[in-house]
Design a protein around this ligand. Sequence first.
Ligand code: ADP
Ligand code: ZN
Length: 220
Amino acid sequence: MRLVFLGPPGAGKGTHAQVLSKDLGVLHISTGDMLRDSVKAGTPLGLEAKKNMDDGKLVPDKVVIGLVAERLERPDAHMGFILDGFPRTPEQAKALDEELKMLQMPLDMALDFETSLPMIIRRLSGRRLCPKCNKNYHVHNYPPKKEGMCDVCGSTLVQRPDDRVEAIENRLKIYKEVTEPLIQYYKTSGRLVQLDGDIDVAPLNIILMNLFREKGLCRK
Ligand code: ADP
Ligand code: ZN
């Protein structure tokens, strides 16, 4: 199973990718998580990316394309993968197609989580993140067992700098201008499936699993 998740910030891509990758035994490749890891580790790449990320701007194509290519070339990518947050520009989409062609691992589908603005705002403003293991929570929809604390590792949860209102506006604007056209790119090549991203996690998970069965991508 080789999938791309498209949709605006707050569409639930990361949440669904987190759940599905575990249930289906495929990799969850989140460029946002990879970049945040580099920021935390203080690598030169991370230091350069941080400014853009905090403002809600995109990190240069060359940087993210390199990160993803390196990840896809590791042997465990043969298990299958969900790409969450990549591609985000036409250049990234083309680079991905070339990389997957070279690896002889063609994409099965691009899923677009169509999500309304009020839902996006509600989800992003309530989002909390474990800075240690990258697990996502939501103060109402998906709270941790103990308030403010990660269920997995006990770290104190934080709000992402780019979930501030000004940064959210930037991210939505960039999404509309640069990323949304990718929907047409995948539609034209017959690989697009559109879903209602406003639906809650549990019912949408059922819809997704049925879709995967229907397409012969999963026997569970
Ligand atoms: P969200 O989808 O909620 O906006 P992500 O965690 O996917 O957030 O990404 C956070 C930030 O990391 C983005 O705003 C951007 O700065 C950077 N980033 C992640 N993926 C990419 C990408 N494919 N291309 C460019 N920048 C990216
Ligand atoms: Zn944690």
